[in-house]
Design a protein around this ligand. Structure first.
Ligand SMILES: Cc1cc2nc3c(=O)[nH]c(=O)nc-3n(C[C@H](O)[C@H](O)[C@H](O)COP(=O)(O)OP(=O)(O)OC[C@H]3O[C@@H](n4cnc5c(N)ncnc54)[C@H](O)[C@@H]3O)c2cc1C
Length: 408
């Protein structure tokens, strides 16, 4: 029998996080219009920590809650309902995935110097891999690192480094050995900011309306020139030539976290849409009584349901230590499109109000468009998934193992 009962301990922590998000974070969103961001966030973080809500998946010995994958997924599915939720519990991207990388691959020195302040919420970190020259195929990146005694000297450019203007540390990928096999040419460096060699040119203007507040929260995406950037050898994470492997490790959790937050956002959007159609009448009837409207809500419910099951299955596989790369790619694409569809439907049902900035829907819509690009664009994941299907068929005479078929 497949047991869908959520363990009591996970239910308990989810309940506490839900209450924190609904009663503390969502009301605080309005506070940001009146009071400085750092003050509001400082208060939220103090409240979160006082309740033991801090760094959910980080082991307890490092000051986190030590949640295992299922409980973490449930918690993240609550946090995404407010753009202050993850920040309040110090589990926001891109920091969270990077903390995980440092925990797994960092040396004792790196953990003490770089990881500790991240875990304490004293510092923030950004990740600089993508360049104008290369994104989806990151092996095309041009930034070069050349060894000079105990140091490396980096030269090149980066762009779309999220949160760089709010960061105190950057994780920078660069080519250290052009003669090595393709995926072993790159290493990852920890760079202290501000740094004269890591020159932030601007936050790139995107379809998401920029705001000073957003930039402070780490929502900007920076273009950077790397010029004679000197980095000590001891700041290489995970060993020379391991940058690509580690990047994939880091992105894997990031993809899932985006998906978890997408579920929360979609849930909030669907609730808003449902409330709206119950309250709004047109042509003499509440919108909620129109079958066409009910179908729109039902389609969103189906997608949300599938999305939840996907994540729970992935959490199950993670807890059992099973390979979940195929499911991760499938879910990444599905969840990014799901949230897009649900938020779009909510906007539609709100009419002009949905298009306005009087609800968060318009802001969500423009920000989540990026989900189909970040952490690997849809097409690259679908390409991988398709290749795995072909491989499974050739090996087993069925594609089932590559599309969740190990369940049956
Ligand atoms: C909001 C946002 C935040 C980001 N944050 C970060 C960050 O913090 N750090 C960082 O390093 N990067 C970041 N990125 C960059 C992101 O990882 C890249 O945009 C992504 O990897 C795609 O690379 P690209 O933009 O160069 O697109 P390209 O590599 O030029 O690809 C363009 C399009 O081509 C198609 N395509 C590519 N390859 C294939 C294929 N094999 N088969 C079929 N179609 C294909 C896809 O549709 C793809 O969208 C961010 C991007 C965005 C939009």
């Amino acid at each position: 029998m497949i047991d869908f009962e959520i363990p009591a301990e996970a239910q308990e922590v989810r309940g506490r996080v839900r209450a924190f998000v609904q009663e503390v974070c969502i009301p605080a969103e309005k506070e940001l219009e009146r009071r400085p961001y750092k003050e509001v966030l400082g208060e939220l973080r103090a409240k979160a920590r006082a309740q033991g809500l801090w760094c959910p998946f980080i082991p307890k010995e490092h000051g986190g809650m030590g949640l295992w994958p299922l409980a973490n997924a449930l918690v993240q599915m609550e946090l995404g309902e407010s753009h202050l939720g993850a920040l309040a519990m110090n589990t926001q991207g891109p920091d969270d995935a990077t903390m995980l990388t440092l925990l797994t691959y960092g040396t004792d020195f790196q953990k003490e110097k770089f990881l500790k302040p991240l875990l304490n919420g004293e510092k923030r970190i950004c990740y600089s891999m993508t360049e104008k020259a290369a994104g989806a195929d990151a092996t095309g990146m041009q930034t070069r690192a050349v060894r000079d005694g105990d140091h490396w000297v980096l030269n090149g450019e980066k762009w779309f480094s999220s949160g760089a203007t709010a960061a105190d540390i950057a994780m920078v990928m660069a080519k250290t050995n052009p003669d090595a096999p393709r995926h072993q040419q790159f290493s990852t460096f920890l760079v202290e900011l501000p740094n004269p060699g890591y020159q932030i040119q601007r936050n790139v203007k995107t379809m998401n309306p920029e705001s000073e507040l957003g930039e402070m929260m780490g929502a900007g995406h920076a273009e950077i020139i790397i010029k004679d950037l000197v980095v000590p050898h001891e700041n290489i994470v995970g060993g020379e030539g391991q940058g690509f492997n580690m990047g994939q490790h880091r992105l894997a959790y990031g993809r899932l976290r985006h998906g978890m937050h997408n579920i929360a956002m979609a849930q909030r959007a669907l609730d808003m849409a449902t409330k709206r159609v119950l309250e709004r009448s047109t042509f003499g009837k509440p919108l909620a009584e129109r079958q066409g409207v009910q179908w729109m809500l039902a389609d969103c419910a189906s997608e949300l349901y599938i999305a939840r099951l996907m994540l729970l299955h992935i959490a199950y596989k993670a807890e059992k230590g099973m390979d979940l790369r195929q499911e991760n790619s499938i879910a990444k694409v599905y969840l990014a499109n799901m949230v897009h569809k649900v938020v779009d439907t909510a906007i539609q049902l709100h009419g002009a109000l949905g298009y306005s900035q009087d609800t968060p829907l318009a802001r969500w819509y423009t920000s989540i468009r990026s989900q189909r690009l970040v952490d690997g664009p849809d097409e690259v994941h679908r390409w991988t998934v398709g290749r795995n299907l072909l491989k499974a068929y050739k090996e087993h005479g069925t594609t089932a193992p590559a599309c969740g078929g190990d369940l049956i």
